[in-house]
Design a protein around this ligand. Sequence first.
Ligand SMILES: Cc1ncc(COP(=O)(O)O)c(C=O)c1O
Length: 450
Amino acid sequence: MHKEPSPADRRLTTLARHLDSSSVEPMDSANQSIGVSPTSASAGARNSVFHHVVQAPEDPILGVTVAYNKDPSPVKLNLGVGAYRTEEGKPLVLNVVRKAEQLLVKDSSRVKEYLPIVGLADFNKLSAKLILGADSPAIRENRVTTVQCLSGTGSLRVGGEFLARHYHQHTIYIPAPTWGNHPKVFGLAGLSVKTYRYYDPATRGLDFQGLVEDLRSAPSGAIVLLHACAHNPTGVDPTSQQWEQIRQLIRSKALLPFFDSAYQGFATGNLDSDAQSVRMFVADGGECLVAQSYAKNMGLYGERVGALSIVCGNADVAGRVESQLKLVIRPMYSNPPIHGASIVGTILKDSSLSQEWTIELKAMADRIISMRHQLLDALHARGTPGDWSHIIKQIGMFTFTGLNSEQVAFMTKEYHIYMTSDGRISMAGLSTKTVPHLADAIHAAVTKIG
Ligand SMILES: Cc1ncc(COP(=O)(O)O)c(C=O)c1O
């Protein structure tokens, strides 16, 4: 008896007809089953619909850790990635974070519902206060909209996408050099990325004149990315007087400042001192954007906790800006994760936990500063040629050593020391035990490879 094909069989037959005959096995007329398609498990690798995909290079920063992990040497040292390590070379979870987590776990009223698109309200308010100051007039006047984002990177990306949609100037100036992800984040957000001079290799300090010239010739209204403190990768920050001159220049040309604050508290050990650049710009009543990260200063790297604040001219604009930020976020990741922001909120709203945090933060900053002194002393002790005083002048997590890529490659091959090829080393990855090994390697690199 003739059996009518089921709707499912009909769909399969139609699909098979549409597939390229060369990639489809002949139909088995008895069971009408579909042949091997490129997406089926039995299709050979050559038949993949992705066969044209080429191997992408490793991320230049995260790739350092990949190479480090493959090295079996017992003396290997990873100074590539920007994550704090203890004197024993171990990752650190702050005590205050553990305490906050205990409180959260014990609180049975807590649920795992979705957060609103803009994240945890308490976290947002407290984050704005942390960076702008508890007494900020902009906050008092409701001119600041803050949204919880996926750490610093996510905050920069959401800010970039918002600007690409709603700001008349699509050019963003980033410092040369800068954190390697900046051009990619802003480029993919839809902005056109240009650079301004920042670092002078000759002085291993700020190229202030170059910076001023480049910002002066930027088109009116252009966006300017500024590292709030502890510039990555150079460790070179403007002085307060230079910040003031930069502020005047930016305001006089109606440029739009976008601060990246990934290291508040990490540079000097003081949260307020490290926020001075941002507060200087907000105090003049002008508008700006600020991306904050809690990765380094609270050690919440993998929790992906951050915030984007947009300081607007008035409360009305701030409300409308927030409504548009929601439209950026909703199709991107819908709403942010709850756990990390709850940790930050728990700490920031409790004065004794906050106090404890500042003590632990200062201890991290101080250990990094002490590593700077120890490394400089070790190089002096070896009589390493050159002026290495920039090691203690630069601040924050990184030292831009001035070592070239050949010297870096030599140190990796001969001494198993891993760092980015631009000679940036994470001081937070060093310890009293490993400083002599690094100093030996730098000494050999400098004396053997000029
Ligand atoms: C300057 C700068 N901005 C932003 C980030 C983003 O970090 P995260 O997304 O982990 O908060 C980093 C991390 O290294 C950084 O150095």
